[in-house]
Design a protein around this ligand. Structure first.
Ligand SMILES: NC(=O)C1=CN([C@@H]2O[C@H](COP(=O)(O)OP(=O)(O)OC[C@H]3O[C@@H](n4cnc5c(N)ncnc54)[C@H](OP(=O)(O)O)[C@@H]3O)[C@@H](O)[C@H]2O)C=CC1
Ligand SMILES: O=C([O-])CC(=O)C(=O)O
Length: 259
């Protein structure tokens, strides 16, 4: 499997280490696309991969799958092109699908190109439960409370404080680098308007903590993940990078676990 990555930051570097150096999948990252020349050339040398600043040249390579690990803005600019070039796609900046028309466009393009779009579970879990719970309708309520340190939220704070309460749609607009998880939850469950989000800054915690509650005909879900942040970007949890690695490991497997 030939893998390409969009982005030259924290998740991209982690995947290069695990895939190219530690051989944790049966594929190889043969190319990265980015705008940061310095980081791109450094990664290219360190992990024996090619670096491109021109998307069209990158997408002409024999890539089987492209992992977007950049930003919501970069995803909005580049995802459609990836699918038009008939590549499978893994999206990290899932907040981009807050624009549900854009999601429908990318999905329709993938259907006609015969490719697949993977939305990893990222820094949370429970998406299997939500999808099962709504399979016959009957999922009523979904809420996520995200608690992060001031460093993870990129702000100053001396005491615990609720800094946001609203819908997933509003949360992703205001915190595009911190609550992609709210968007993933919304897509798996009851949508961007009905998914409720609370964000708390807490100077006493070190882990990025996401608590999910859901209720419906199936019963109730309570799930809490306490994620270690990544050293090179404390906004991002290690589990988010691991979930992309797991997608790459499992994508072509004969056995599927979970719905
Ligand atoms: N789904 C989930 O659960 C989670 C998703 N995420 C999301 O994953 C994404 C990657 O995270 P992470 O690696 O930690 O972030 P980083 O900030 O470490 O890296 C982002 C990279 O994107 C690059 N970039 C920005 N704009 C563009 C562009 N227009 N074209 C090409 N490259 C661009 C940056 O380059 P430059 O140096 O030039 O700025 C940088 O290399 C983020 O959107 C993050 O919010 C994170 C955690 C959980
Ligand atoms: O990594 C996390 O804990 C969550 C995150 O940043 C996001 O969803 O964007």
């Amino acid at each position: 499997m030939n893998i390409g990555i969009i982005g030259t930051g924290n998740i991209a570097t982690y995947l290069l280490e695990q895939v190219n150096s530690n051989k944790m999948t049966n594929g190889r990252i043969i190319a990265i696309f980015g705008r940061n020349q310095q980081a791109g050339h450094r990664l290219s040398e360190q992990f024996e991969t090619d670096f491109y600043t021109d998307l069209q040249t990158f997408l002409k390579l024999p890539l089987d799958i492209v992992v977007e690990a950049a930003t919501v803005e970069a995803a909005a600019l580049h995802l459609k092109e990836v699918v038009i070039h008939k590549k499978d796609l893994v999206v990290s900046s899932i907040g981009v699908f807050r624009d549900t028309d854009f999601l429908e466009e990318v999905k329709t393009l993938a259907e006609s190109a015969g490719t697949h779009i993977f939305l990893p579970s990222g820094a949370i879990g429970g998406l299997d439960v939500l999808q099962s719970a709504k399979a016959a309708g009957g999922l009523e309520r979904v809420q996520i409370t995200t608690r992060k340190s001031p460093a993870s939220l990129g702000m100053e704070a001396d005491e615990e404080k609720v800094i946001f309460e609203g819908t997933a749609y509003e949360a992703v607009e205001q915190f595009p680098k911190n609550v992609n998880v709210a968007m993933t939850l919304a897509l798996a469950g009851v949508g961007v308007e009905k998914t409720k989000v609370r964000i708390i800054v807490d100077p006493d915690i070190e882990r990025n903590t996401h608590s999910i509650e859901a209720e419906g005909d199936f019963g109730k879900l309570h799930l809490q993940v306490e994620n270690n942040p990544m050293p090179s970007n404390p906004k991002t949890s290690l589990l988010a990078a691991l979930s992309i690695l797991a997608v790459l490991q499992n994508k072509d497997g004969a056995l599927r676990i979970g719905n």
